[in-house]
Design a protein around this ligand. Structure first.
Ligand code: GDP
Length: 526
């Protein structure tokens, strides 16, 4: 046996991403988690890195500066007997298709919501991608130390807007200045925010009736009695805690807390680690599955990060390990080309520099230095294992630009660059249906910037991009196509597989279309 501990090591892995709208508190909670894991020593360490422009997110720089390999992309730490991998999904200026693809490489997701704002646009988009995968989603409703919306209202919004059952794991006893604690429904205890005001203990067990000991000072607080009533109501009318539903992503356990004051975060972490799944089998293109306990190494590339430093052309391919054990210097087969490559120049993402781990197993992420060998979605396998993992989905872009080469004499490098970057998944390419003008599509603005930069630096092609703004892209069946359907409110285009689609100006234009052509079915990608 190659790695006698494989089974146990795989079972200890928890690989997840945090999804949220900008400012909900993802960075703050990530830091608290890293602190619990001993991976950083001081809050504020993760914070600094998102203030600069994207060139600064060069993880090697960050690694050098801190002397520890905390990277923006993958953060790994140990907590109790678990090894935790947090995959970053930038919700900010870095938002791109990479963000979505990262969600293809995790086993669960944590959704952070601002208690004053509720479900916001970006959260909703990311949630939908996660929901489609049917993986567990845990919810942390943050900023309880500020006055936010009523907890019941927030739960209702979760169910209405996201169409997912929720189960409150705890319930706030006051918020804002009146934040006294959390009634921990799941663990039958109260977690006090200001224990020194009461009996000194932070965690107080509840009696058989679900109440604090009658002598406890908090029982004099009227909010506490209101909470008892609300919890009673939740128990009678709410959904039951259902592990199977959680595992299938049909129910989300909801935790209230405050990341900034580190209140409720540890309870959240411990419960999350208990119920979040370890890596499981991963589907292949031919409908099979590969077990994470399979001895031979395998994995897929879910993200390629181009180095923005002009002096270096290298890139890093992020590989999610799906089975077996990675060992430095091992030979693997790249299934797409059938070629062998050596995994020697590889980065692992251990947040604590003291541990020099030379091994990674299913569930872990490794960063492979790449000089142009890999593409998004590539499968790497070891030895006799011959599998190809399911293709990564394409995502419906929302932003579009017309693009042309500045120098008409350089059409060749322009085309080469575009087609390679499209293949790599950096950008999506469309053409207007009749005139064959190039349109590129993206889910985030950053993708255009990276595209322009890489066209110039890697293909020596200066491009002119003309913004078309937000559009709603909807595919139709080729047999439904009638060119007269195109009007001033929509653009008829084709994708790189020559499939027809409309780019609608806005929702009104889309609705107008569906009313005029009720028989034509409009479809989205993921
Ligand atoms: P991100 O954009 O989701 O990563 O959000 P950040 O973690 O950067 O937080 C955005 C802002 O909200 C920062 O000013 C944080 O200090 C603040 N913040 C985060 N968590 C809390 C919280 O629990 N309570 C309060 N009052 N502020 C918070």
């Amino acid at each position: 046996m190659k790695n006698p501990n494989l089974h146990q090591q795989v079972d200890s892995r928890r690989t997840f991403a945090i999804i949220s709208h900008p400012d909900a508190g993802k960075t703050t909670i990530t830091e608290q988690l890293l602190l619990f894991g001993g991976a950083i020593r001081q809050a504020g360490t993760v914070k600094g890195k998102k203030t600069g422009n994207f060139a600064k997110s060069d993880w090697m720089e960050i690694e050098k500066q801190r002397g520890i390999s905390v990277t923006s992309s993958v953060m790994q730490f140990d907590y109790q007997d678990k090894r935790v991998n947090i995959l970053d999904t930038p919700g900010h200026e870095d938002f791109s298709e990479d963000t979505y693809r990262t969600l293809m490489a995790v086993d669960s997701a944590v959704m952070v919501i601002d208690s004053a704002k509720g479900i916001e646009a970006q959260t909703k988009k990311l949630f939908q991608v996660v929901k489609k995968r049917g993986i567990p989603i845990f919810t942390f409703i943050n900023k309880l130390d500020r006055d936010g919306r009523e907890p019941l209202e927030l739960l209702e919004e979760l169910e209405d807007l996201l169409n997912i059952e929720s189960y409150p794991m705890n319930w706030p006893i006051g918020m804002g200045k009146g934040m006294e604690g959390l009634y921990d429904i799941f663990n039958d205890r109260v977690e006090l925010y200001r224990p020194e005001n009461y009996d000194g203990e932070r965690l107080v067990a509840l009696d058989a009736n679900g109440e604090l000991p009658a002598t406890h000072k908090l029982t004099e607080n009227s909010v506490y009695h209101q909470v008892l009533e609300e919890v009673e109501l939740l128990k009678e009318a709410g959904d039951e805690f259902d592990v199977d539903k959680i595992t299938r992503g049909e129910q989300t356990p909801v935790f209230f807390g405050s990341a900034l004051t580190n209140f409720g975060v540890q309870t959240f972490l411990e419960t999350f680690l208990q119920f979040a799944p370890a890596p499981h089998s991963h589907p292949t293109v031919d409908g099979q599955e590969v077990s994470p306990y399979e001895e031979e190494f395998s994995g897929f590339v879910f993200k390629i990060q181009a180095n923005m430093n002009p002096a270096h052309r290298d890139r890093i391919a992020f590989v999610r390990i799906c089975s077996g054990t990675f060992e430095r210097g091992m030979d693997v087969n790249l299934q797409r080309t059938g070629k062998k490559t050596k995994l020697s120049n590889v980065t692992q993402f251990m947040a604590d520099a003291r541990e020099n781990i030379e091994e990674a197993v299913a569930g872990d992420i490794i960063g492979v230095y790449d000089t142009g060998t890999y593409q998004i979605g590539d499968t790497l396998t070891e030895g006799k294992l011959k599998v190809e993992y399911e293709e990564l989905p394409s995502f419906t872009p929302e932003l579009f630009m017309k693009v042309t080469a500045k120098n008409v004499m350089k059409q060749k490098s322009f085309h080469k660059g575009i087609y390679q970057l499209v293949q790599e998944g950096a950008i999506q390419l469309y053409k207007t249906y009749l005139a064959d003008e190039y349109i590129i599509g993206a889910v985030g603005q950053l993708q255009f910037e990276v595209f322009q930069y890489r066209m110039l630096n890697e293909y020596n092609s200066e491009v002119i991009m003309t913004p078309m703004g937000n559009k709603i892209a909807r595919w139709i069946d080729p047999e439904d196509l009638d060119e007269r359907m195109s009007s001033s409110r929509n653009i008829l285009a084709k994708d790189r597989f020559d499939q027809p689609l409309f780019l609608f100006e806005n929702q009104f234009a889309e609705r107008w279309f569906t009313e005029k052509y009720p028989e034509v079915k409009l479809k989205t990608l993921l």
